[in-house]
Design a protein around this ligand. Structure first.
Ligand code: OOB
Length: 558
């Protein structure tokens, strides 16, 4: 078998494991002009010709014009082409908000190498899972984080991951590489290899990660045509154009700052992105003033921090015209303060890495902006709100949100069992969110039916944490549930039943235990409570609802 045959077989296999839209839907989305032949790699090339010397990316003192960004991408492509990686190979990418992240992303897109986008907060447990589940051949990560406390050495993590993943052949480090390869020295001035396989709009582009409800995160396959549509369709609702300066404050690998419209939207609009190393008001207010930032995106707890800090800042924030807030529900009292304090328009964003994204529109009435989470990007987004038996609820009544449309996936990668539960037979994604729809089509998020904890926008699968807790020698059984929190909305709390004769671990002990298992810090329980027995539902399952209610009762009576 020649290398090319191997590549073709592997590519076919990856495609086969990535559920696709039925042909009739594809044709419809094309006929309606939503999907095009464009790819992300080609888009940057077109924009580099059109916006040549205009600023595309600012990171600290580094300023890249469209032409310079595109040239960097080509230099990295030339190196990647000579690295032995082939079209369709998976590359796990874990980089902070830096120029190298954007250059790497576009280089992989351009060559048809498939990034799996990890967050800087992920640790050995998660990264190992992403490498294994995607059968990745390469990992691109950083030496350590330039800012953010405490300092973390990602090379140590890479070592652990490499030892656990035999298929992982190559590791590239942005910064001092130690025994690995330097990402910087991968770029080269050699010409691009011309007979590289073509990357088409119908090809897979990358994998996003699901927040996770059933244990480990699932891989979300995205193709150029559907993802590009979600980006381009977001530009007008968010007021993005070539005058936009967008601050990448949230981790750029997340769907929200990536594509709603995010930094990919910046490139599609001909605007400029400013990379924030971390999202604190101190760092970001300075960047807003210095670079004349017009747009940014935050999760609600960060928006609240900004609202508290803004009245005391000496920085000039007057360039900011739109603040997008999403990832979890924004409290309407906080929402009311955005206009008066920051002097900009609030845009609520309710989206998901699986697809559907809703925006309040910039010219909507105040009530819509304050009290709803927006309406879908596209007229072809189908929204269905159903009861527990799958029957449509009466208009305006809360129910389970199901959706299908031009940028909502038809299934997770290589996961038929989960797909059978998370997607209906007619291709709707069961979001697990409980929403009500207004007569004008806006969604109001009322809660969640899926077993997930939303820690200020960061999603935690209780099952994943429970499985690790169960490995503790003193634990007989456990249930991880959300406890209410004014700032983050929810925090994880672990209820633990000790083994006979043992004492249940206290919070610091259990947290240390989970940390040594390589779990990301944001998933660690904030509280551990010992309990003798779990409340049960009628069918004998643990009643998480009763546990949540118990936490709520103590919270509100405290
Ligand atoms: C975004 O994406 P994910 O994949 O991290 O999380 C999706 C889930 C939703 O199913 C919902 O449960 C929750 O996050 N969510 C919200 C929300 N936005 C997301 N819940 C209430 N209010 C909101 N505004 O979080 C995401 C992806 C693209 C754009 C924005 C957010």
């Amino acid at each position: 078998m020649s290398t090319n045959d191997y590549t073709a077989a592997d590519l076919d296999d990856i495609r086969a494991k990535s559920p696709d839209y039925p042909e009739a839907f594809k044709q419809h989305y094309r006929d309606q002009g939503l999907w095009s032949d464009q790819t992300f790699g080609a888009l940057l090339k077109t924009q580099a010709e059109r916006f040549a010397a205009d600023p595309a990316l600012i990171e600290g003192e580094t300023r890249l014009s469209y032409r310079a960004l595109d040239a960097r991408v080509d230099r990295l492509c030339a190196g990647l082409q000579r690295s032995g990686l082939k079209k369709g190979d998976r590359v796990v990418v874990q980089l902070g908000n830096r120029a190298s992240f954007v250059v790497t992303t576009f280089a992989l897109f351009r060559l048809g190498l498939l990034p799996v986008f990890a967050l800087p907060a992920h640790r050995a447990k998660e990264i190992t899972h992403f490498c294994t589940a995607s059968n990745a051949r390469a990992l691109i990560t950083m030496a350590d984080r330039v800012s953010g406390q405490p300092r973390f050495d990602f090379r140590t993590l890479a070592r652990e991951v490499k030892a656990a993943c035999p298929a992982l052949e190559q590791v590239y480090i942005d910064g001092a590489p130690e025994e690995f390869n330097a990402l910087e020295s991968l770029s080269c001035d050699a010409p691009l290899i011309e007979d590289w396989p073509v990357v088409g709009a119908d090809d897979l582009a990358f994998f996003q990660l699901s927040g996770g409800t059933t244990g480990l995160s699932k891989l979300i396959p995205r193709r150029h045509q559907d993802y590009l549509y979600s980006v381009i369709g977001s530009l007008a609702p968010c007021g993005f154009d070539e005058r936009t300066t967008y601050l990448v404050a949230l981790p750029g690998a997340h769907n929200f700052p990536m594509s709603s419209p995010g930094f990919l939207g910046v490139i599609a609009a001909g605007g400029c992105m400013v990379m924030a190393p971390e999202p604190s008001p101190t760092t970001c207010f300075e960047l807003i003033e210095r670079e004349g930032v017009t747009h940014t995106a935050l999760v609600p707890p960060l928006a609240m921090l900004w609202l508290d800090a803004a009245p005391h800042t000496q920085r000039d924030l007057s360039s900011l015209s739109v603040l997008q807030v999403g990832g979890s529900k924004m409290n309407s009292e906080a929402a009311k303060r955005v206009g008066p304090i920051l002097g900009c328009t609030l845009q609520q964003v309710f989206g998901m890495a699986e697809g559907l994204v809703n925006y309040t529109r910039l010219d909507d009435d105040e009530d819509v902006i304050l009290y709803t989470q927006g309406r879908p990007i596209s007229a072809l987004d189908e929204v269905r709100i159903v009861d527990d038996h799958g029957q449509p609820v009466a208009p305006g009544t809360p129910g389970n949100l199901q959706t299908r449309g031009p940028y909502t996936i038809r299934g997770y990668f290589d996961n038929p069992d989960v797909n059978a539960k998370s997607f209906t037979e007619d291709g709707f994604y069961c979001t697990g969110d409980v929403v009500a729809q207004t007569p004008a089509g806006y969604l109001i998020v009322g809660g969640r039916e899926k077993d997930q904890i939303n820690r200020g926008g960061e999603k935690i699968s209780p099952e994943e944490v429970e499985n690790l807790i169960l490995a503790h020698p003193d634990v007989f059984d456990t249930a991880v549930v959300a406890m209410p929190d004014d700032f983050l909305g929810e925090r994880p709390c672990a209820f633990v039943i000790p083994r006979k004769g043992a004492t249940a671990p206290d919070t610091p002990t259990l947290v240390d235990f989970l940390k040594t298992r390589g779990l990301a810090t944001f998933k660690l329980p904030d509280q551990v409570r010992t309990i003798d027995a779990f409340p049960h539902t009628g069918v004998g399952k643990i009643s998480k609802k009763a546990l949540r209610q118990a936490l709520k009762d103590t919270y509100f009576s405290a």
